[in-house]
Design a protein around this ligand. Structure first.
Ligand SMILES: Cc1ncc(C[n+]2csc(CCOP(=O)(O)OP(=O)(O)O)c2C)c(N)n1
Ligand code: SF4
Ligand SMILES: [Mg+2]
Length: 289
């Protein structure tokens, strides 16, 4: 059975670019075996238009594809996004998304999740926040933390490229100490804010730090985080997606950089609350993982 998330108006179909038609016909959720969809489909399926406006080779685009392919219920999912390079991707996907004002994405997502649960008590609705480090850890930090304190049942994903990339390279709370950027010429004075640890102390049921170097790993973490958020409370994923432009790497060097950082600053960190641990075991038994 396939899922109708996005339909081109039949009257316009003959004038639509093939890329857009492909997105409707060939997303991982468009096939006959939508129940079995997943990361392995990415070789011959489509989640994002090739002609998106991110820099060539930007790891954010690949990471988003892994996430979209791994969502447990794409047709019942809303992604709340914030301004930044991440927001350049959302007009190019076929999924329900909301673009919030820069920084307030977790407040918007909390409202959406509560409203959906009230409006559709018999349905499962997943709300996922996806925003950059500037939005999550700097300007939106208050909203991020408050949603954790309130135990909102949402998943927050931070695409950490350690810089305000979309505005040309200013340092963020997530920039590592000493790092110089075009618009941060003196170098960062303070250490990188360990957001994955703040997430734990602020009440997240699940907090994981990783890079986007391994698609299957990203997919597993995303699935676990969404399932736990549905049932128990806030979950947090801190994903390193380097800005190859701002750190001076070529289009084909993003993967190498992420693999290097797998051994260094982005070595695995995983916290799972005891309740979440027990719930994940149940999910495995039920075949949800
Ligand atoms: C309320 C508000 N403040 C500031 C901005 C300017 N602004 C747009 S994108 C951006 C940087 C985003 O950085 P980050 O969240 O790390 O995402 P990235 O571009 O690095 O993916 C800023 C400061 C804005 N659009 N709105
Ligand atoms: S500026 Fe950086 S984060 Fe933004 S699209 Fe280019 S490589 Fe990606
Ligand atoms: Mg950033």
């Amino acid at each position: 059975m396939s899922v109708d998330i996005y339909k081109i108006n039949p009257e316009f179909r003959d004038i639509m670019p093939q890329e857009i038609i492909d997105l409707e016909d060939n997303a991982t959720w468009a096939g006959e075996s939508v129940e079995k969809r997943g990361i392995n489909d990415l070789t011959d399926k489509k989640e994002i238009l090739e002609e998106h406006s991110l820099c060539a080779g930007c790891p954010e685009a690949a990471a988003l594809r892994y996430i979209l392919a791994a969502l447990p219920l794409p047709e019942e999912t809303i992604i709340v996004n914030s301004t930044g390079c991440t927001s350049l991707m959302f007009p190019h996907i076929a999924l329900h998304t909301v673009h919030s004002m820069f920084g307030n994405q977790n407040a918007v997502a909390s409202g959406i999740k509560r409203t959906l649960d009230w409006r559709f008590p018999d349905k499962t609705k997943d709300v996922v926040v996806l925003a950059g480090d500037g939005a999550t850890i700097d300007i939106g930090l208050d909203y991020t933390l408050q949603s954790f304190f309130r135990q909102e049942k949402i998943t927050t994903i931070c695409f950490d490229n350690e810089v305000y990339a979309n505005t040309g390279g200013q340092e963020s709370g997530s920039t590592p100490k000493g790092q110089v950027f075009k618009m941060a010429p003196k170098g960062k004075v303070f250490d990188k804010v360990p957001m994955w640890e703040l997430a734990v102390t602020s009440g997240c049921q699940y907090s994981v730090k990783l890079t986007a170097s391994a698609p299957k790993k990203v997919a597993k973490v995303l699935r676990e985080a969404v399932l736990i958020a549905r049932e128990l409370g806030p979950t947090y994923i801190h994903l390193y997606t380097p800005c190859i432009l701002e750190i001076g790497l070529a289009a084909n060097e993003g993967l190498w950089e992420m693999k290097e950082q797998d051994k260094d600053r982005f070595a695995d960190f995983k916290y799972v609350s005891p309740e979440a641990e027990a719930y994940l075991k149940e999910c495995k038994k039920e075949g949800l993982l």
